[in-house]
Design a binder for this molecule. Structure first.
Ligand code: PLP
Length: 394
């Protein structure tokens, strides 16, 4: 018998619920409102820029920090939003999606035994990223809003208590997946004050920064006083330009944090697809002046309103969403004992796939009874889901 085995660090990972629900949706011909990606094309002018870059033979390795043109476009995008203007040479790094930036950041900033504060529920990559770097997650709950209350919230005392001598980093996500929460200025100021007091770094995942609704405003924590020097802000052009398969992500922050990130990044992917970097640069440059972001937000606000109305009238009460691709619904009155059971049933019997948010909790049994629906879909897709969900409310 062989004693060859895989590394302990990956042996418990298994396959994700996303893969299971997507496979089930395919098998049952369900309308897939599970995984977070658009089912419509990205803008023609963005795709055209990629096609032209390939035809112009921009197909060899890019510099490992990212193409200068793309780093300059990212810096210009920050400036245009009234944030700080990062130095593209030292304060911006291009990565293979936000996913790689998060992985490389944890490798670069965490030593074995360090604790990382994370709000729970959390985007599913965070805990594996932390544990693969040898760190330990320290979870702080986001609590669902009581009926009529505007947003998910955390208990400030619970957050304060999470800081200790081993806390190295706080991993933030705003707008937040899966809750749709946009952290308020007051919440960010409290987080910032605690990180400064305890000399803790912040890595903040802001991939949905352009997707905020209902008057919510996205504020990067890096722009608060005293935070730039300790914060790495991660973003991705995949969500912003509806081309999630391109995986062009980036990190913005002080030179010392970018240098650390680049040290890890050079051994993870080294460089990211050159023609897609050219296209991402062209997209960010054009979006500075062509009104793209306002139109993008308006289209998503419409999708959000349409899906929210469908879910509410199907007897699945929606929780407020301030940003992101997602709406959470309360399933506590459906009679199901777990969100996974409900989502499997909904996919199989009703023909609409949703994600059970317990996948975003360290202890799935402790998750509130909710289901997550994605509205980054064509209006026809949402209507098709509506027709099927309509049978629930009948
Ligand atoms: C919060 C969050 N971070 C990161 C990512 C991944 O970004 P990318 O596709 O750029 O790797 C996602 C994708 O769903 C996400 O929801």
């Amino acid at each position: 018998m062989s004693h060859v085995r895989v590394a302990a660090r990956v042996s418990g990972f298994g396959t994700s619920i996303f893969a299971e629900i997507s496979a089930l949706a395919l098998e049952c011909g369900a309308v897939n409102l599970g995984q977070g990606f658009p089912d419509f094309a990205g803008p023609a002018w963005v795709k055209q820029a990629a096609a032209e870059a390939i035809a112009a033979d921009m197909n060899q390795y890019a510099p490992y920090q990212g193409l200068p043109r793309l780093r300059e476009a990212i810096a210009a995008t920050w400036r245009a939003q009234g944030w700080r203007e990062p130095d593209p040479a030292h304060e911006v790094t291009v990565t293979s999606g936000a996913t790689e930036a998060l992985f490389a950041a944890m490798q670069a900033l965490i030593d074995p035994g360090d604790e990382v504060i994370v709000f729970e529920p959390f985007y599913d990559a965070y805990v594996p990223d932390i544990t693969m770097a040898g760190g330990a997650p320290r979870l702080v709950r986001l609590h669902p809003p009581a009926p009529g209350a505007p947003a998910w919230r955390f208990d400030p005392d619970e957050l304060r208590a999470a800081f200790g001598p081993r806390t190295r980093l706080l991993l933030l996500n705003t707008p937040h997946n899966p809750t749709g929460k946009v952290f308020s200025r007051a919440e960010l100021e409290l987080i910032a004050a605690l990180c400064i007091e305890h000399d803790v770094l912040v890595v903040t995942d802001e991939v949905y920064d352009q997707l905020v609704f209902d008057g919510a405003r996205h504020l990067p924590i890096a722009t608060l006083p005293g935070m730039w020097e300790r914060t790495l802000t991660i973003n991705s052009t995949g969500k912003t330009f509806s081309v999630t398969g391109w995986k062009i992500g980036y990190a913005v922050g002080p030179a010392w944090l970018n240098q650390a990130l680049r040290s890890a990044h050079q051994w993870v992917t080294f460089a990211t697809a050159t023609p897609l970097q050219v296209a991402a640069a062209a997209a960010l440059e054009s979006a500075l002046t062509n009104g793209y972001y306002a139109q993008f937000r308006a289209e998503y606000a419409r999708r959000y309103q349409v899906l929210r109305a469908i879910l509410d009238s199907a007897g699945l009460p929606t929780l407020p969403t301030e940003g992101s691709y997602f709406i959470m619904v309360d399933i506590s009155r459906t009679g199901f004992g777990s969100d996974a059971e409900f989502c499997r049933w909904l996919t199989r019997e009703v023909g609409v796939a949703a994600i059970p948010p317990s996948a975003f909790y360290a202890d799935p049994a402790s998750a509130p009874l909710l289901a997550r629906f994605c509205f980054a879909k064509r209006l026809e897709t949402l209507q098709a889901a509506g027709e099927r969900l309509g049978r629930l409310g009948a």
